[in-house]
Design a protein around this ligand. Structure first.
Ligand SMILES: Cc1cc2nc3c(=O)[nH]c(=O)nc-3n(C[C@H](O)[C@H](O)[C@H](O)COP(=O)(O)O)c2cc1C
Length: 482
């Protein structure tokens, strides 16, 4: 199925109108705001482009940044986006999503410091000045999706079936599988605090406490059925994040900014139907297992709790909120609208533009809620997601969203892997090059899912646009065939 067939902005707009999305998905070719700086406390971010956290699964087995990590980060640095949101980095070994995920600890500090420094140097080399470049790191625990063994906050009857102890043999967890203890979580809070201090030491300007994509902290937000002090009511479900933010604030004050990437809508798992198209699995009602979902229809968002969460985060001093949704493991079309599915995915059950519009709409609602908080001393920034599907036209959507105050910063994920120097081209030529943009055919995700080499993980990057990853993909495919 081919969805994206637009050669001009007019053709894209015609499709947007046909789908009835014109009110949400707007475009503005007069690029002004997108190049304007914005302040976050004492720091200035030189334009409104962010590189989203994009894991390359290319660290060393002990979690240090390696050759390809440096290559990717330096490309992001040189590219010209002024907010670089460093990728998912584990705070403890058992919380790593794959054996090559970065892991911040005392032994790895030197290389993390070098990573920050080299990224800044790459930026300076092209742009002359890096005083308005802001670089942070995403701190995470992969919870249910940890590669060694699932660490779950509660049993989710539908997601448990997709949570494997042995993926090859398709053995998933059952009701007897243990739920992570309160004691473990209490200690884990301190691991986040410890890593925040390390992140500061190596030169990151902000840390993101990751609460998205159904990893552990996202799952805690949804733990209505969890017993004990981290589960049940909203107060308990937000205890972990409130404690972590408060402790980091008290230890580090204003030395480092706190950010958080949050899921505002988990949705439910999707699987292939007989034609390979995505369909939601059967789920019990009320659905008590998702964050930001309607309990009586979890296919639809309910922002009541995400807005409450954002208000809490703002009141605790979090300065940047990055909005995301869905799970890469069980409903990838929600988080990353695509043209061709990943190997473990399904054909889009909706036009991908509907997914883009969902991102924009929910982000605008969060932005509105943040702006209405008048007790804040500083403005809290809201970073939006879902732009890459729009290829070379995403900058016009970003500009329109900025002009309508629906977002503070335009975040680019897959688009930045494909085209890390997109800001450079935009400045130089006034538009993006259609032969360099991401075409959302999911090979970056396919590489992430490829585990069959001696390290247990292939590195992820842009297969169609970057020769290095085209070669890696060839090897991965060849090995898979054998
Ligand atoms: C290869 C790959 C790696 C990713 N790594 C991360 C990550 O480390 N942390 C995170 O929050 N999201 C991660 N994401 C999700 C992206 O940041 C982003 O939310 C998603 O791709 C949708 O944005 P886009 O349409 O601009 O690509 C990753 C996505 C892909 C495809």
């Amino acid at each position: 199925m081919r969805f994206f067939k637009f050669k001009t902005l007019e053709e894209l707009i015609a499709e947007v109108e046909k789908l009835g999305l014109g009110e949400v998905l707007k475009f503005d070719e007069n690029l002004e705001l997108i190049f304007q700086p914005i302040e976050i406390g004492r720091l200035k971010i030189g334009n409104r482009f962010a590189i989203h956290p994009m894991e390359g699964c290319d660290g060393t087995l002990d979690g240090k940044p390696d050759e390809l990590t440096f290559r990717r980060w330096e490309k992001f640095g040189a590219g010209g986006a002024k907010l670089i949101w460093g990728e998912a980095t584990a705070v403890v070994e058992e919380g790593r999503a794959n054996p090559r995920q970065l892991w911040l600890n005392e032994k790895n500090l030197k290389l993390f410091a070098e990573l920050v420094e080299k990224t800044r140097q790459a930026h300076k080399k092209i742009w002359g000045d890096d005083s308005d470049l802001v670089i942070g790191i995403q701190l995470t625990h992969s919870g249910r999706w940890s590669y060694k063994k699932p660490i779950i906050a509660f049993h989710n009857p539908v997601v448990d079936k997709l949570t494997f102890i042995d993926k090859d043999k398709k053995i998933s967890i059952d009701e007897s599988y243990p739920v992570v203890s309160d004691d473990y979580l209490e200690k884990l809070e301190d691991e986040f605090v410890k890593c925040a201090k390390l992140a500061y030491e190596v030169g990151f300007q902000f840390i993101d406490i990751k609460q998205c994509h159904t990893y552990l902290l996202n799952e805690l937000l949804a733990g209505k059925t969890r017993e004990g002090k981290y589960g049940g009511d909203f107060q308990n479900r937000t205890k972990f994040i409130r404690n972590v933010v408060t402790k980091i604030k008290s230890e580090l004050g204003e030395k480092i900014f706190i950010a958080s990437r949050i899921n505002v809508f988990d949705c439910v798992p999707f699987v292939k139907d007989d034609d390979g198209v995505g369909k939601s699995v059967e789920y019990p009602l009320p659905y008590l297992f998702g964050f930001g979902v309607k309990e009586n229809n979890p296919l639809e968002p309910d922002l009541t709790e995400p807005i409450k969460l954002v208000e809490i985060l703002c009141s605790l001093g979090v300065k940047i909120i990055n909005i995301s949704m869905g799970s890469p493991y069980y409903n990838p079309h929600i988080g990353r609208p695509f043209e061709t599915p990943p190997i473990d995915g399904y054909i889009q059950p909706e036009h991908p533009l509907i997914g883009v519009a969902r991102h924009f709409k929910l982000t605008a609602e969060i932005k509105k809620a943040v702006d209405s908080l008048n007790n804040l001393t500083d403005k809290v920034l809201v970073v939006g997601t879902g732009y890459s599907y729009l290829r070379e036209f995403f900058v016009y959507a970003g500009e329109a969203n900025l002009k309508e105050n629906k977002v503070s910063i335009v975040g680019v994920g897959r688009g930045a892997l494909a085209y890390p120097d997109f800001v450079y081209d935009l400045k130089r030529y006034g538009r993006l090059n259609s032969s360099k943009v991401c075409i959302t055919i999911s090979h970056c995700t396919n590489l992430m899912r490829s585990k069959h080499n001696e390290l247990g993980q292939f590195p992820a990057g842009c297969v169609p646009r970057d020769k290095v990853y085209a070669e890696i993909f060839k090897v991965a495919r060849e090995k898979l065939r054998k």
